[in-house]
Design a protein around this ligand. Structure first.
Ligand code: NAP
Ligand code: G3H
Length: 483
């Protein structure tokens, strides 16, 4: 597929239902990670514009929340249709802006449409409850409690670069279905894709003001948004450092954080090696490892370590490396700084005598898939999230040692356990401190209606369609005191 980025567009921000230039008169150039040039400009929204957007969201939210669930759902279903209708254009934006392979970018758009439709259905099927009570012991007052869900007000949705459409819609859709207004702050690298996603939402005739899209550097408007008194809930996905910063900036505001990971694959000596190799390859290297749920270290029983390393080496050497336009698995990382960071982890491990099995080659921000064996606890790559295509192998003597190393990490997003003995796999899985443990499969977020959460530095609160709606609404209890 040929890229045509010769005419650069300056995208407007979506404020109070209008596409506007910012009064700052400033724009931010979006650099494509693989074209290595600007592909467009987005607005640097001002703090005053943030104030206006939040004020408008509060006003519009009141009538939005009064619509029936099916009326709100009709807007969202149309949004899903628009996304599918424009999937080529949106996928092209994702590809050019964050360097994701075109096929995967298209899958992201279609997955997002499915997620939105499921969110509508889930909201329609979530029931309140009624309770009977008779007051405290000895009391004779008969009571009926009616428990419904009410919106929180205005939700701030902050998304990361690596799923600029899916991880944005997975916040926006439940927030809207729960009856909230939304302020959406996309990752700067990801803003054009986010804008195209909101253009699709705008086409549904969404009432003005219900949602505004504020583009701008997190370091410039991020804190202002997060600390704003008009924000009633924050749903954030991004790095653990940023998440930790947000949790210090906010007070008395519900906060859901989906953060980084260092997901281990624990491979026992009785693992089905075909399954383990396939899952580890896919888990570690798709989109160059730029997934929070990527497999980021392998803890393998020493009895099968040689076999696993040999098989991984041969699969890694077959991986396609190059351009997202050719759907290569290994693509340039989001920017040079990220590539420098991955390189520093490889260099540190090699300086400390890790074995280079394959890789450690680089052109600008394109890092070739790298397999490091005999990684030890003193190496940074054993503990730090690279967000790039480097996989450390740590050899262990027992399940206990693997579990201990898995749990010593500051992260706890997901883990994979490979064993053909289901009792053993379950036993290990239950001892690993992670939001989700996959048995005989790769670490991954979906299906999107499953609860998705990280423990320790990997997050706070739960996402997944049902839980996102819950976290963006509250119980409203009305008590009938009967005669
Ligand atoms: P990031 O640098 O933490 O940025 C995430 C978002 O936070 C962006 O929209 C960013 O805006 C914004 N931001 C930055 N500083 C802010 C501030 N002070 N206040 C408010 N917002 C601020 O993460 P990333 O590089 O986009 O994504 C990679 C990281 O996200 C990895 O660690 C990965 O593991 C994690 N991640 C986790 C999950 C999960 O579900 N657990 C999913 C995807 C990614 P700017 O872009 O404008 O700086
Ligand atoms: O990057 C973080 C995403 O939540 C990962 O989603 O497992 O579907 O690739 P995924």
């Amino acid at each position: 597929m040929a890229s045509n980025v010769s005419e650069l567009t300056t995208y407007k921000a979506y404020l109070q239902g209008e596409w506007k230039k910012s009064s700052s008169d400033e724009t931010i150039a979006i650099q494509s990670p693989y074209l290595r040039k600007a592909i467009g400009y987005v607005q640097a929204v001002t703090q005053d514009e943030v104030d206006e957007a939040i004020k408008a969201a509060h006003k519009a939210q009141k009538s939005w929340a009064e619509l029936s669930l099916s009326e709100r759902g009709a807007y969202l279903d149309k949004w899903a249709d628009e996304l599918v209708n424009n999937s080529e254009d949106i996928a092209t934006a994702i590809m050019q802006e964050v360097g994701k392979g075109f096929k995967d970018a298209k899958k992201e758009v279609v997955r997002t449409a499915d997620l939105i439709r499921y969110t509508v259905q889930e909201a329609l099927h979530m029931h309140g409850e009624s309770l009977r009570g008779e007051g405290f012991p000895g009391g004779d007052q008969k009571k009926i409690g009616i428990v419904e869900r009410a919106p929180l007000g205005v939700v701030l949705a902050i998304s990361p670069f690596n799923y600029p459409v899916n991880l944005a819609a997975s916040k926006v859709a439940p927030a809207l279905m729960a009856g909230n207004g939304v302020i959406f702050k996309p990752a700067t690298q990801g803003s054009i894709s986010g804008i195209k996603m909101i253009q699709a939402l705008d086409k549904t005739g969404l009432p003005k003001g219900v949602l505004s899209l504020t583009t701008g550097r997190g370091s410039v408007i991020g804190d202002y948004l997060v600390e704003h008194k008009g924000i009633d809930m924050i749903s954030f996905t991004g790095g653990s450092g940023t998440g930790r910063h947000l949790s210090k900036q906010t007070a008395m505001i519900p906060l859901v954080l989906e953060l980084g990971g260092k997901d281990p694959a624990l491979v026992a000596e009785d693992a089905d090696m075909d399954v383990a190799v396939k899952s580890i390859m896919n888990g570690a290297f798709s989109y160059s490892g730029q997934r929070c749920t990527a497999i980021k270290r392998v803890l393998v029983n020493e009895k099968v370590a040689d076999e696993l390393v040999d098989r991984l080496k041969s699969e890694i050497e077959k991986l396609t490396v190059g351009s997202p336009e050719e759907d290569s698995t290994i693509v340039p990382l989001i920017d040079d700084k990220s590539a420098d960071f991955v390189q520093s982890l490889i260099d540190d491990a090699l300086n400390k005598k890790a074995t280079l099995v394959t890789g450690n080659k680089r052109q600008d921000n394109l890092i070739y898939p790298t397999l490091l064996d005999h990684v030890t606890e003193d190496m940074d790559v054993a503990w730090i999230e690279p967000f790039g295509p480097v996989l450390p192998i740590i050899r262990v003597k027992s399940d206990e040692e693997a579990i201990e190393l898995a749990n010593r990490s500051e992260f706890g997003l997901q883990a994979s356990v490979f064993s053909q003995d289901i009792d053993r796999a379950l036993d290990v899985a239950r001892q690993v401190e992670a939001g989700t443990v996959q048995i005989n499969g790769r670490t991954e977020r979906g299906p999107d209606h499953f609860p998705f959460l990280g423990v320790k530095a990997s997050g706070m609160g739960v996402q997944g369609i049902h839980h996102s709606i819950l976290s963006m609404s509250r119980e409203r209890v009305t008590v009938l005191n009967l005669k």
